[in-house]
Structures are given as C-alpha cells and as structure tokens.
Design a protein around this ligand. Sequence first.
Ligand code: ATP
Length: 200
Amino acid sequence: HLLKALEIQGFKSFPDKTVLNFGEDITAIVGPNGSGKSNISDAIRWVMGEQSTKSLRGAKMEDVIFGGTEKRGQVGFAQVTLVIDNTEHIFPTMDEAEVAVTRRYYRSGESEYYINRQSVRLRDVYELFLDTGMGREGYSIIGQGKIDEILSVKSGERREVFEEAAGISKYRHRKEESERKLERTEENLVRINDKIAELE
Ligand code: ATP
C-alpha cells in the first residue's frame, strides 16, 4: 500500500486541516452529492503537480482555495501534503522510507512545493513522479469520464498513457533532449564551416 496519508488544509471544501490516513486495505470515501469526494481526488492530483485548472474543475488556480461559505470566511492559501510509502523504493532516488510531497498556493498567485519539507521546484515534483506510474498524467487516478477519454483519444495520447505505465517515458524525454542537443551541435558545425570558408 503506497499512499499512507493525505493532509488537506484550505483546499476547496476543506477549510480546516483534515488528515486522511489510508490503511492497508481498500479505502472508500462515501458521502452525498456535493459533499467533497471528488475534491479529495483533486487534492491528490493537485499535490502531484496538476496545472490544468480545467481538470481541477475550476476556472483559475485560485478556485482551489477555500472560498468561504455563509458561515465561514475565505482562507488565504491552500495546502495539501501527500505521504507516500517508499520502503519498496518506488522513488529510486530517495532513501527515506516515507516521502511527503507538499504544495501550497496563495491568493497572491505564489506557489510553493516541498519534498520532505525541503523547498523544491514544480519540475522536481514532476520528475519525482515520472515513471512511477503515479504521475498526474498517469493511469493511477481514473476520474469520471477518464475511461471514455482513454478509449477515444488519439492513438499518440493513448500510447503516452502506456509509456508512463511501462516506465519508459523518461527515456523518451531524454531522447528528445539529446535530439535537441544534436540539432544545436549541427547548427554550430554549419556556422564553423562558414567561418572556415571565410578564412580560406
Ligand atoms: P458528486 O457525488 O456530486 O460528484 P462530490 O462529493 O464528489 O459530489 P465535490 O465535487 O468533491 O463533491 O465537491 C463539491 C463541493 O465542493 C461543492 O459544494 C462546492 O461548493 C465545494 N467547493 C469546491 N471548491 C470550493 C472552494 N474553492 N471553496 C469552497 N467550497 C468549494
């Protein structure tokens, strides 16, 4: 069991700090319509670095911050921490038995990301999850309508889902980086050859 706990504070319908401890077995979240069940899976995708406000069911990123109700005023920031078991080294680059990823977002538009309480960049969070099969683009969270999407999207996009699952997307990223480097080197060669021709 990979997900150990989720801490939500100021995120969507959760103004107060709320801690969900996931047990060894299946965890089911039940509640009436509109009670915040989907907000919990939104929180998991958000802390993994989700940037699409549309897929977070909002218009702008500020919409993830608790906006107040009749009884309570709005809060200034949203914060979510996801605690993941790393005893099986799902994150090969991390030695710790537990990895806590935190994302905080202020109304001012400022974002903060932490891995085990160390301030990091969004890119670091993205790379942490890359090829674990847990990424924000991974297959581990199947939202309402996602099945239809997997069945109907273009073959290239469908292929990406399987590449992420198979753990080969990091090689594709590296290949693309190498191709860009090669291109730059070829351009430099052309320039050097021009210079040599000028000198001759
Ligand atoms: P359903 O079963 O209908 O899918 P659900 O339990 O999944 O419902 P959610 O969609 O998770 O419910 O929660 C919707 C609720 O969250 C709404 O009442 C909405 O007002 C509230 N909500 C969403 N964003 C915010 C926010 N920024 N501030 C306050 N409340 C919010």
